[in-house]
Design a protein around this ligand. Structure first.
Ligand code: ARG
Length: 460
């Protein structure tokens, strides 16, 4: 088969060369973007009087026909034409003849592929942002329902201080909001400008209008330097890094769900639809999906490293190495989009065991800080209060007691500053409600924050 670039070649390529060189297996995913880019390019060529109206019309209807037929599964792309760009151009020429061969005027595959990838990433960012928004919405609803659900907050995975479930869930809302900002940055800054018209690397001798194609494709401007135009993959790298960070957030959340779903914690019960059984142990209900999301996080880190390493030694401008940019991006996008969807369903259908959470607060001296704060509020220097409470905890530990069960007399044995009101000060509800500092778990603080977050979400 004669190649579209066959002019200077005497011999046909080895079959293995074709196989190794081909990217159609994976870059067929860019068919829509490739056609969109070509339509804009052709329209601009006509406006610039490089194509006549008839030629443009033939190209336009030809490309639209290919799009329709591919989506209706009437045609398929093949390895004969290496990549998506060559496939579409060959099909077009087959269908409309001479005019098809003019489409590539004032363009190279180097700026063409960059443009396709830019267009693809714009929609990928939008799609990911929509998934994250849906998850945040669910988390905010759950938070609203759980403003008074108290559970232990942990440090070092040791019970530390009481928090509410709303407060805990909102911690993840903050992370996901930052993720949205990262994807927005890519969409609005990294992908502000379009590569089309950069040519192979040095622009073109034709009098083309790059601002017009950029506008047609919804970019703010064309890229300002043609070498950078075909060499830049920062937007893909930033996308891979944003995916990796978002997966890391999901993975931490999953890790906690796995722990909280265990009999040892029993805080959360995952719905049957989002758990699986064991082939040997009949009693098992495993949090496989949470584990898989945690597991898949690794491959998104790998994807980022893979493209960083591909790019690190490349001389300007285009090198074929850059064909390796697509698979990591497709994989990270698929992994993140699916993980977000499944995670949202898993958390939305989970049952929270409020009793178990409360129960867990009664163990582990979760009120020790508040007891020290109580003494410090009576003007005892905090370090001394800490020391006294430390001794109380030791006493309790040795005697199998809880702080709140000690009598006032027993407490006074450690400090005469203790009064009857101490029991109120270390009651779970009070401990949470008094933490009404901005960013803290108190009911009112949390309620205000949720209102604020809902407004923020509506504006995204
Ligand atoms: N399939 C190639 C890629 O994905 C398209 C660009 C090829 N350009 C070239 N000069 N060989 O990067």
């Amino acid at each position: 088969m004669k190649k579209l670039w066959g002019g200077r070649f005497k011999e046909a390529t080895d079959q293995l060369t074709d196989e190794f060189n081909a990217s159609i297996d994976f870059d067929r995913r860019l068919y829509k973007e490739d056609i969109k880019g070509s339509l804009a390019h052709a329209k601009m060529l006509e406006k610039s009087e490089i194509l006549n109206e008839e030629e443009y019309e033939a190209i336009r209807s030809g490309l639209e026909g290919i799009l329709r037929d591919y989506e209706d599964e009437k045609i398929d792309f093949s390895e004969t034409y290496e990549d998506i760009h060559m496939n579409i151009e060959a099909l077009l020429t087959e269908r409309i003849g001479e005019a098809g061969k003019k489409l590539h005027t004032a363009r190279s595959r180097n700026d063409q592929v960059a443009t396709d990838f830019e267009l693809y990433l714009v929609s990928a960012c939008d799609e990911v942002i929509d998934h994250i928004k849906a998850l945040i919405k669910t988390l905010l609803e759950l938070a609203e329902e759980n403003l008074d659900t108290i559970l232990p907050g942990y440090t070092h995975l040791q019970r530390a201080q009481p928090i509410t479930l709303a407060h805990y869930l909102n911690a993840y809302v903050q992370m996901f909001l930052r993720d949205i900002k990262r994807f927005k940055f890519i969409r609005e800054e990294d992908l502000r400008e379009c590569s089309l018209g950069s040519g192979a690397l040095a622009g073109t001798t034709f009098d083309i209008d790059r601002f017009y194609t950029a506008e047609l494709l919804d970019f703010k401007a064309p890229k300002a330097n043609s070498i950078d135009g075909v060499s830049d993959r920062d937007y893909a790298l930033d996308f891979l890094q944003a995916c990796a960070v978002c997966m890391m957030h999901l993975s931490r959340f999953c890790e906690e769900i796995i722990l909280y779903n265990s009999v040892e914690f029993g805080f959360i019960h995952l719905d049957d639809r989002y758990t699986t059984g064991s082939s040997i142990m009949p009693q098992k209900k495993n949090p496989d999906l949470a584990e898989l999301i945690r597991g898949k996080t690794g491959r998104t880190y790998g994807n980022l490293i893979s493209l960083l390493v591909t790019m690190k030694g490349l001389p300007l401008a285009y090198n074929k190495d850059m064909q390796e940019d697509k698979e990591p991006v497709f994989d990270s996008f698929d992994t993140l989009a699916k993980s977000l969807t499944i995670f949202e369903r898993m958390i939305a259908t989970a049952q929270f065991d409020k009793e178990k959470m409360l129960e867990a607060c009664k163990l582990g001296f979760i009120n020790a800080t508040d007891l020290a704060d109580y003494l410090a509020a009576k003007d005892l220097p905090f370090r001394e209060a800490h020391e006294i409470v430390g001794r109380i905890v030791l006493f309790c530990e040795q005697n199998g007691r809880a702080i709140e069960d000690l009598s006032l007399e027993e407490l006074n044995g450690f400090s005469s500053l203790f009064n009857k009101d101490v029991y109120d000060a270390i009651s779970l509800k009070k401990m949470v409600d008094r933490r009404n500092v901005y960013g803290g778990p108190a009911r009112e603080t949390e309620e205000n924050l949720i209102k604020e977050l809902k407004k923020q979400l509506a504006k995204i």
